[in-house]
Design a protein around this ligand. Structure first.
Ligand code: PHE
Length: 457
């Protein structure tokens, strides 16, 4: 039993944590990234691997990450240092915190640029630009946006400032209330879009694409992307969930909340897929269109449904909001660390991280225009240059490695007494099942995927 408290405060209730962690998990990953990587990787089989990864790797590692955070009660770097010391392990374990902080920095740099697209679409939709739009029209509006670096920079700047403002005030103020109302609203709008797709799209074809696995279409690279996405979409492997766990009251059940968060996150992604693919097929679009997929398909729905301008505006507004609550959690570990170790206040800490990440964002902005180049990774052609490099490096490599290390630490290097005390599942099957998953299944699965990619097995 550790009696530590966090200097950054604590969530007011179990519900506050669920809302904040769901706010972190549900974001661009679900609505923007999941559909386009599913399209890139051939659909069904990819989706199945992703779902298996969420279940067998994601949920157990989420429990590990939250329990480590709550036990350490500090920023991930200091939490890992403290726990390694307490469990008489080597100080090298704090590398988890460092690599997570670097991954977070790289992720926020491109995340903010893409969130800027969503923000730009709020205003485009509200202005009625999409009324009656054709597929070609939607595509050219999108390329008009991404080929204009100054415009991208402006939206990226606005989004980054929005994120810095909330983080500098502390992640608890306001987050809970906002997520409680806006998240269900986003869910409802997704249902509306699925309903629209049912009536006006090739719904059966879309569902078949999503849920009929064709394993011959599944490359080693696709498996890596599916696994990496399970980490990315659940915000795992870089310390975001660890930082949020460090503010979790001791009485809350880590297992139950982790399952709830993962379920909600998965539901949002599947709904997004069910809304988008029927439209893709009905309009003769390419499922593998890449990062612009939702920005080229959803305007078609909003441009033709009754009340589309209103619903479309609201949708992109909520998407921006979902991205915002994720972005906040991406920089929280670094901000908490600066506050703890450099004795700066949150405003200064958020500004330092925000400005540095804002500059780094220029790399992503230029990836969609002047600096664009093509390359092949694990048999897949990528055409957005350094953006794709950053995405692969973080989601597909750094997060799984970070998650692997957390699973190993919780499963092999923390005493059974500590993890059992933190999870509070009793001594029975549930606890032993979790322990088996983090000790054997999750590490083994991550290693197999990496070794397959390197052609070792
Ligand atoms: N989970 C977020 C999303 O799906 C992204 C994220 C990644 C957030 C890593 C925090 C940490 O959009």
């Amino acid at each position: 039993m550790t009696g530590r408290t966090s200097i950054h405060g604590q969530w007011s209730s179990r519900m506050a944590f669920i809302l904040a962690a769901t706010g972190s998990a549900v974001g661009l990953g679900n609505i923007w990234k999941f559909p386009y990587i599913t399209g890139d990787n051939g659909g069904g089989a990819f989706v199945l691997v992703y779902l298996l990864c969420v279940l067998l790797i994601g949920i157990p590692i989420m429990m590990a990450e939250v329990l480590i955070g709550r036990r350490g009660r500090q920023s991930p770097i200091n939490t890992m240092r403290t726990l390694a010391h307490e469990e008489s392990q080597h100080g090298i374990w704090q590398m988890i915190g460092w690599s997570g902080m670097i991954a977070g920095f790289l992720i926020i740099s491109f995340y903010s640029v893409i969130a800027g697209w969503a923000l730009a679409y709020v205003f485009r939709t509200a202005a009625g630009v999409f009324a009656g739009v054709t597929a070609d029209g939607a595509a050219s509006i999108f390329s008009g946006l991404v080929s204009d670096p100054e415009r991208l920079l402006a939206w990226h700047t606005i989004f980054m400032v929005m994120t810095m403002v909330v983080v500098s005030r502390g992640v608890r103020s306001g987050l809970e209330k906002a997520v409680r109302i806006l998240m269900p609203l986003l869910f409802l709008l997704l249902l509306l879009l699925v309903g629209y797709a049912m009536n006006s799209g090739k719904f059966a074809e879309g569902l078949a694409f999503l849920f009929t696995p064709d394993f011959s279409a599944l490359s080693a690279g696709a498996v890596l992307t599916a696994m990496g996405h399970a980490f990315f979409t659940l915000s795992l492997g870089m310390g975001a969930i660890m930082a949020y766990g460090s503010y979790l009251p001791k009485s809350v059940s880590i297992a139950k909340t982790s399952v709830v968060i993962a379920l909600m996150d998965t539901a949002v992604a599947l709904l997004a897929g069910m809304a988008i693919f029927p439209l893709v097929f009905a309009n003769g679009l390419e499922p593998g269109a890449g990062p612009g997929l939702i920005f080229q398909t959803l305007p078609l729905a909003f441009g033709h449904m009754a009340g589309g301008t209103l619903f479309g505006t609201l949708f992109f507004l909520l998407l921006t909001f979902a991205a915002w609550t994720s972005a906040i959690s991406i920089i929280e570990p670094a901000v908490a660390w600066l506050v703890e170790n450099r004795r700066v206040n949150r405003i200064k800490a958020a500004t330092i991280i925000g400005v540095a990440a804002w500059l780094m964002g220029i790399v992503t902005i230029m990836s969609f225009n002047s600096w664009a180049f093509e390359f092949t990774f694990a048999g897949e052609t990528k055409s957005s240059g350094l953006f794709d490099v950053l995405d692969i490096l973080t989601a597909n490599i750094m997060l799984p490695l970070g998650g692997l290390a957390m699973a190993m630490f919780a499963g092999w290097y923390m005493s059974e007494r500590s993890t059992a005390d933190e999870l509070d599942l009793g001594e029975g099957l549930l606890y032993q099942g979790w322990r088996f998953l983090v000790r054997f299944v999750a590490p083994f699965a991550v290693m197999v995927v990496f070794l397959r990619l390197l052609d070792v097995i």
